[in-house]
Design a protein around this ligand. Structure first.
Ligand code: 13P
Length: 262
Protein backbone atom coordinates (compact mmCIF):
# COMPACT_ATOMS: atom_id res chain seq x y z
CA UNK A 1 0.00 0.00 0.00
CA UNK A 2 1.26 3.52 -0.77
CA UNK A 3 2.46 5.30 2.35
CA UNK A 4 0.99 8.77 2.54
CA UNK A 5 2.17 11.13 5.27
CA UNK A 6 -0.91 12.47 7.03
CA UNK A 7 -1.52 16.20 6.89
CA UNK A 8 -3.41 18.09 9.59
CA UNK A 9 -4.44 21.71 9.12
CA UNK A 10 -5.71 24.15 11.71
CA UNK A 11 -8.19 26.46 9.98
CA UNK A 12 -8.70 29.28 12.45
CA UNK A 13 -11.34 30.86 10.17
CA UNK A 14 -12.27 34.43 11.28
CA UNK A 15 -11.17 33.84 14.87
CA UNK A 16 -8.36 34.94 17.20
CA UNK A 17 -6.69 38.29 17.67
CA UNK A 18 -3.00 39.19 17.79
CA UNK A 19 -2.51 37.90 21.32
CA UNK A 20 -4.49 34.70 20.81
CA UNK A 21 -2.81 33.98 17.45
CA UNK A 22 0.57 34.36 19.07
CA UNK A 23 -0.25 32.18 22.09
CA UNK A 24 -1.96 29.53 19.97
CA UNK A 25 0.88 29.18 17.48
CA UNK A 26 3.46 29.00 20.29
CA UNK A 27 1.38 26.34 22.03
CA UNK A 28 1.14 24.25 18.85
CA UNK A 29 4.86 24.56 18.09
CA UNK A 30 5.82 23.58 21.64
CA UNK A 31 3.28 20.74 21.77
CA UNK A 32 4.58 19.19 18.56
CA UNK A 33 8.31 19.61 19.25
CA UNK A 34 8.91 15.87 19.49
CA UNK A 35 6.29 14.69 17.00
CA UNK A 36 7.13 13.67 13.48
CA UNK A 37 5.22 11.58 10.98
CA UNK A 38 2.58 14.24 10.45
CA UNK A 39 2.65 17.37 8.30
CA UNK A 40 1.04 20.27 10.13
CA UNK A 41 -0.27 23.55 8.71
CA UNK A 42 -1.70 26.61 10.47
CA UNK A 43 -4.19 28.83 8.63
CA UNK A 44 -4.44 32.11 10.56
CA UNK A 45 -6.50 35.05 9.32
CA UNK A 46 -4.59 37.23 6.79
CA UNK A 47 -3.62 40.00 9.25
CA UNK A 48 -1.77 37.51 11.48
CA UNK A 49 0.18 35.62 8.79
CA UNK A 50 3.43 37.51 9.41
CA UNK A 51 3.08 37.19 13.17
CA UNK A 52 2.60 33.43 12.96
CA UNK A 53 5.39 33.14 10.41
CA UNK A 54 7.82 34.88 12.73
CA UNK A 55 6.88 32.54 15.62
CA UNK A 56 7.35 29.45 13.42
CA UNK A 57 10.67 30.78 12.14
CA UNK A 58 12.02 31.87 15.52
CA UNK A 59 11.42 28.38 16.85
CA UNK A 60 12.80 26.62 13.77
CA UNK A 61 9.47 24.83 13.37
CA UNK A 62 8.63 22.74 10.31
CA UNK A 63 4.93 23.59 10.71
CA UNK A 64 3.75 25.15 7.47
CA UNK A 65 2.07 28.52 7.07
CA UNK A 66 -1.22 28.46 5.19
CA UNK A 67 -3.68 31.05 3.88
CA UNK A 68 -7.43 30.54 4.08
CA UNK A 69 -8.05 31.91 0.59
CA UNK A 70 -6.45 33.80 -2.30
CA UNK A 71 -7.59 35.76 -5.34
CA UNK A 72 -6.61 34.23 -8.69
CA UNK A 73 -5.62 37.45 -10.52
CA UNK A 74 -1.99 38.56 -10.16
CA UNK A 75 -2.76 42.21 -9.27
CA UNK A 76 -5.09 45.08 -10.10
CA UNK A 77 -8.34 46.73 -9.05
CA UNK A 78 -9.78 44.02 -6.77
CA UNK A 79 -10.49 45.92 -3.57
CA UNK A 80 -10.18 43.81 -0.45
CA UNK A 81 -8.64 40.81 -2.17
CA UNK A 82 -5.21 39.26 -1.57
CA UNK A 83 -3.02 37.93 -4.39
CA UNK A 84 -0.99 34.75 -4.37
CA UNK A 85 2.22 36.74 -4.85
CA UNK A 86 1.39 38.73 -1.68
CA UNK A 87 0.83 35.51 0.22
CA UNK A 88 4.14 34.10 -1.02
CA UNK A 89 5.79 37.33 0.04
CA UNK A 90 4.42 36.70 3.56
CA UNK A 91 5.87 33.19 3.64
CA UNK A 92 2.67 31.29 2.84
CA UNK A 93 3.33 27.78 1.53
CA UNK A 94 -0.17 26.38 1.14
CA UNK A 95 -3.57 27.86 0.28
CA UNK A 96 -7.11 26.61 0.98
CA UNK A 97 -9.41 26.71 -2.04
CA UNK A 98 -13.14 26.07 -2.18
CA UNK A 99 -13.83 25.91 1.55
CA UNK A 100 -17.52 25.31 2.13
CA UNK A 101 -17.95 28.66 3.87
CA UNK A 102 -16.63 30.39 0.75
CA UNK A 103 -18.91 28.27 -1.43
CA UNK A 104 -22.07 28.59 0.66
CA UNK A 105 -21.70 31.86 2.60
CA UNK A 106 -19.84 33.87 -0.05
CA UNK A 107 -21.26 32.19 -3.17
CA UNK A 108 -18.07 30.93 -4.83
CA UNK A 109 -18.73 28.68 -7.81
CA UNK A 110 -16.76 25.65 -9.03
CA UNK A 111 -15.30 27.57 -12.02
CA UNK A 112 -13.93 30.34 -9.78
CA UNK A 113 -12.48 27.73 -7.44
CA UNK A 114 -10.80 26.11 -10.45
CA UNK A 115 -9.19 29.47 -11.32
CA UNK A 116 -7.85 29.69 -7.75
CA UNK A 117 -6.51 26.12 -7.70
CA UNK A 118 -4.77 26.70 -11.04
CA UNK A 119 -3.26 30.00 -9.94
CA UNK A 120 -2.03 28.60 -6.60
CA UNK A 121 -0.40 25.54 -8.17
CA UNK A 122 0.98 27.53 -11.09
CA UNK A 123 2.69 29.82 -8.57
CA UNK A 124 4.48 26.78 -7.12
CA UNK A 125 2.51 26.71 -3.85
CA UNK A 126 0.59 23.81 -2.37
CA UNK A 127 -3.19 23.75 -2.37
CA UNK A 128 -5.87 22.14 -0.24
CA UNK A 129 -9.02 21.80 -2.31
CA UNK A 130 -12.15 21.41 -0.17
CA UNK A 131 -15.18 19.49 -1.40
CA UNK A 132 -18.29 18.17 0.32
CA UNK A 133 -22.04 17.86 0.12
CA UNK A 134 -24.79 19.68 2.04
CA UNK A 135 -27.27 17.83 4.27
CA UNK A 136 -29.99 17.98 1.61
CA UNK A 137 -27.61 16.58 -0.98
CA UNK A 138 -26.61 13.76 1.36
CA UNK A 139 -30.22 12.95 2.27
CA UNK A 140 -31.02 12.79 -1.44
CA UNK A 141 -28.19 10.25 -1.85
CA UNK A 142 -26.15 12.66 -3.98
CA UNK A 143 -22.91 12.80 -2.00
CA UNK A 144 -20.84 11.21 -4.75
CA UNK A 145 -22.46 13.21 -7.57
CA UNK A 146 -21.73 16.47 -5.74
CA UNK A 147 -18.12 15.74 -4.80
CA UNK A 148 -17.42 14.36 -8.27
CA UNK A 149 -18.79 17.53 -9.89
CA UNK A 150 -16.79 19.74 -7.52
CA UNK A 151 -13.58 17.80 -8.21
CA UNK A 152 -14.07 17.59 -11.96
CA UNK A 153 -14.56 21.34 -12.35
CA UNK A 154 -11.97 22.41 -9.78
CA UNK A 155 -9.31 20.19 -11.37
CA UNK A 156 -10.00 21.19 -14.99
CA UNK A 157 -6.73 21.94 -16.82
CA UNK A 158 -4.62 20.91 -13.83
CA UNK A 159 -1.81 18.69 -15.13
CA UNK A 160 -1.14 15.43 -13.30
CA UNK A 161 2.36 16.40 -12.19
CA UNK A 162 0.89 19.28 -10.16
CA UNK A 163 -1.15 16.83 -8.08
CA UNK A 164 1.87 16.14 -5.86
CA UNK A 165 1.19 19.61 -4.38
CA UNK A 166 -2.54 19.10 -4.01
CA UNK A 167 -4.40 17.73 -1.00
CA UNK A 168 -8.15 17.16 -1.11
CA UNK A 169 -10.20 17.92 1.99
CA UNK A 170 -13.51 16.07 2.19
CA UNK A 171 -15.61 18.31 4.41
CA UNK A 172 -19.30 17.38 4.44
CA UNK A 173 -21.08 20.71 4.98
CA UNK A 174 -23.50 19.17 7.52
CA UNK A 175 -20.56 18.18 9.73
CA UNK A 176 -18.79 21.54 9.79
CA UNK A 177 -19.13 23.30 13.11
CA UNK A 178 -22.19 21.23 14.01
CA UNK A 179 -20.69 18.57 16.28
CA UNK A 180 -22.15 15.96 13.90
CA UNK A 181 -19.10 14.08 12.71
CA UNK A 182 -19.31 11.60 9.81
CA UNK A 183 -18.97 8.01 11.00
CA UNK A 184 -15.59 6.49 10.16
CA UNK A 185 -17.34 4.14 7.71
CA UNK A 186 -19.22 6.95 5.94
CA UNK A 187 -16.10 9.11 5.77
CA UNK A 188 -14.02 6.18 4.47
CA UNK A 189 -16.64 5.45 1.80
CA UNK A 190 -16.58 9.08 0.62
CA UNK A 191 -12.77 9.22 0.64
CA UNK A 192 -12.53 5.97 -1.32
CA UNK A 193 -14.96 7.25 -3.91
CA UNK A 194 -12.99 10.53 -4.18
CA UNK A 195 -9.74 8.59 -4.63
CA UNK A 196 -11.36 6.46 -7.32
CA UNK A 197 -12.54 9.56 -9.12
CA UNK A 198 -9.02 11.05 -9.01
CA UNK A 199 -7.89 7.71 -10.49
CA UNK A 200 -10.45 8.10 -13.26
CA UNK A 201 -9.08 11.59 -14.03
CA UNK A 202 -5.34 10.97 -13.55
CA UNK A 203 -4.72 7.22 -13.26
CA UNK A 204 -4.18 4.89 -10.32
CA UNK A 205 -0.66 5.90 -9.43
CA UNK A 206 -1.46 9.57 -8.88
CA UNK A 207 -4.68 8.60 -7.07
CA UNK A 208 -2.80 6.33 -4.69
CA UNK A 209 -0.46 9.19 -3.77
CA UNK A 210 -2.93 12.06 -3.36
CA UNK A 211 -3.76 12.86 0.24
CA UNK A 212 -7.40 13.18 1.26
CA UNK A 213 -8.11 14.80 4.63
CA UNK A 214 -11.38 14.66 6.52
CA UNK A 215 -12.89 17.85 7.97
CA UNK A 216 -16.05 18.46 10.00
CA UNK A 217 -16.33 18.34 13.81
CA UNK A 218 -13.06 16.44 14.07
CA UNK A 219 -12.01 16.47 17.76
CA UNK A 220 -9.52 14.64 19.99
CA UNK A 221 -12.24 12.11 20.89
CA UNK A 222 -13.04 10.98 17.34
CA UNK A 223 -9.71 11.58 15.57
CA UNK A 224 -8.13 8.14 16.06
CA UNK A 225 -11.12 6.24 14.64
CA UNK A 226 -11.26 8.47 11.58
CA UNK A 227 -7.50 8.40 11.00
CA UNK A 228 -7.51 4.59 11.22
CA UNK A 229 -9.44 4.42 7.92
CA UNK A 230 -7.39 3.43 4.88
CA UNK A 231 -8.22 6.45 2.73
CA UNK A 232 -8.20 9.16 5.43
CA UNK A 233 -4.87 10.99 5.44
CA UNK A 234 -5.27 13.49 8.26
CA UNK A 235 -7.77 16.24 8.91
CA UNK A 236 -8.74 19.84 8.44
CA UNK A 237 -9.73 21.19 11.83
CA UNK A 238 -11.86 24.23 12.59
CA UNK A 239 -13.16 24.64 16.16
CA UNK A 240 -10.70 22.25 17.80
CA UNK A 241 -7.74 24.05 16.19
CA UNK A 242 -8.47 27.05 18.43
CA UNK A 243 -7.20 25.06 21.42
CA UNK A 244 -3.49 24.30 21.16
CA UNK A 245 -3.93 21.23 23.38
CA UNK A 246 -6.77 19.76 21.31
CA UNK A 247 -5.03 20.49 18.01
CA UNK A 248 -1.77 18.95 19.20
CA UNK A 249 -3.65 15.84 20.39
CA UNK A 250 -5.26 15.51 16.93
CA UNK A 251 -1.89 15.91 15.17
CA UNK A 252 -0.39 13.24 17.43
CA UNK A 253 -3.30 10.91 16.65
CA UNK A 254 -2.57 11.34 12.93
CA UNK A 255 1.12 10.56 13.49
CA UNK A 256 0.19 7.48 15.54
CA UNK A 257 -2.17 6.21 12.84
CA UNK A 258 0.58 6.56 10.23
CA UNK A 259 2.95 4.57 12.48
CA UNK A 260 0.32 1.85 12.90
CA UNK A 261 -0.04 1.50 9.11
CA UNK A 262 3.67 0.91 8.52
P1 13P B 1 -15.05 22.31 12.43
O1 13P B 1 -13.87 21.44 12.83
O2 13P B 1 -15.26 23.46 13.34
O3 13P B 1 -16.27 21.50 12.17
O4 13P B 1 -14.64 22.98 11.01
C1 13P B 1 -14.16 22.18 9.99
C2 13P B 1 -13.66 23.05 8.91
O5 13P B 1 -14.43 23.74 8.26
C3 13P B 1 -12.21 23.10 8.66
O6 13P B 1 -11.92 23.77 7.49
Amino acid sequence: MTQRKPIVGGNWKMNTNRGVASELSRGVVDGLLHTDGVETVLFPPFPYLLLVRSILRDRGSSIKLGAQDAYPQPDGAFTGEVSIAMLKDCGVQIVLCGHSERRHVLGEKDEFINAKVRAVLEAGLECILCVGETLDERLAGHQDIVTTRQLKTALAEIPGDWLARLTIAYEPVWAIGTGKVATPDDAQAAHKQIREFVGHLYGGEIASRVRIQYGGSLKPGNAADLFAQDDIDGGLIGGASLSAGDFVTICKAAAASARARR
